[in-house]
Design a protein around this ligand. Sequence first.
Ligand code: PMP
Length: 465
Amino acid sequence: DYGGPTIMNKPSSLTYFERDMASVVHPQTNLLKHLQTGPTIVTHGEGVYVYDDAGDRFLDSGAALWCNSLGYGSERVARVAYEAMQKLTYFQLFRGYSHGPAIDLSERLLQIAPVPMSKVLLQCSGSEANDSAVKIVWYYWHGLGKPERRKIISRQGSYHGSTCVAISLTGNSSYHKSFGLPFDGFIHVDSLNYYRSAKPGETEEQFSQRLADALEATILREGPETVAAFWADPVQGNAGALPPPKGYFEKVQAVLKKYDILFVADEVICGFGRTGSMWGSQTYGLQPDIITCAKQLSAAMLPISAILMNEKVFDVVKNESNKQGAFVHGFTYAGHPVAASVALEVLKIYDEMDIAARVKSLEPVFLQQLDGLTDHPLVGAVSGVGLIGGVEIVKDKETRASFDAGVDIGGRIVENARKNGLILRVASNRIAYSPPLIISEDEIVDIGTRTRAALDDTLAEVRAL
Ligand code: PMP
């Protein structure tokens, strides 16, 4: 998973450059290499662009980490935060205390939910939302007198967060290896990459059926009476912005229904317009019992996340909390009034912009740019929906072979993109795009142009190896 400096950055601001290396531990970074390459110091942003301390400008095709839906810099939201901070700096939601921002935001989320939802538990991050949702699932089955229903099934290629439980949900062994994770009872079913995993001649629908059959076989192998929930991110960001194959969710949900397994949709990257509907669940017909969301919920201007649960779940959770004396779960900052005020204002802005319709209207231009890359020798396939897109990187188009890890093709593409003024993410051998939703048509075309230049430069490099 690339997204940061990999080759050599210019030490243009010696103080910050050296002080970073002397003091900062960077997430998702080779820490030894970082001491040689140093950081890229980002100074500010404007619209879809960020600037480094050398004054260079980059088009951010990933909205940082699928975050900055409204781009960089918002005086309007800043004013809301300023006022909220003065009015009620902080107060908890524990033991029945409440405040306007938490109530308004929860109510608004229920209004716009893709399926009827009953209640909202506000949290601080996507990881916390998924982690807490696992606890809610376990609490639910305890409440129903079936505590043996504990196993959680998720998919290879998924990412659900970095806490011990959220990373156990995550279907990527490289995140588990040196931590002795995942915890027992977290089961990962097959990847849904049609391009990589379909059998010769298999249609997308047939591939989806095979995945649903494999899910059912897993449930039967484990014992349906031990399976608590199935977790899915509608489009898998960490698998390189990978959309589901045709018919996938319809077939999978039929299996879940058959065995009375709860369905949790991780909308952390898909929620709030990204796929051309307000929710990925709408784009792909998901009927989840629980939804987790974060990131674009506040356009990442402050950290906040949410868990939405339906009445079936809440009813049991409510009764179990009564039996136990309280719902004994809570983060100090959950539902923080300043963050909730910011999220509420961001949702207002989405409303005014008609965000999902805006994304839908930009989708053809975006897909055209992706399609335009298919003739490139390094590109095996492209896929996209709304303003999320993936480009499969191959060494050989015919055989679909990938480059050896030693070539570091992802790192090279990211670095060449940077030289071409573009911030790109490469995950799982795919370029993953998720630009700010405020992006213009011209800027989308610019992403295509700069990507092609980066791919050309990378091709020249690897041919010279
Ligand atoms: N779920 C998904 C689908 C994500 O992409 C992410 C973060 N990239 C998370 C959960 C975790 O969110 P956070 O980093 O806010 O904890």
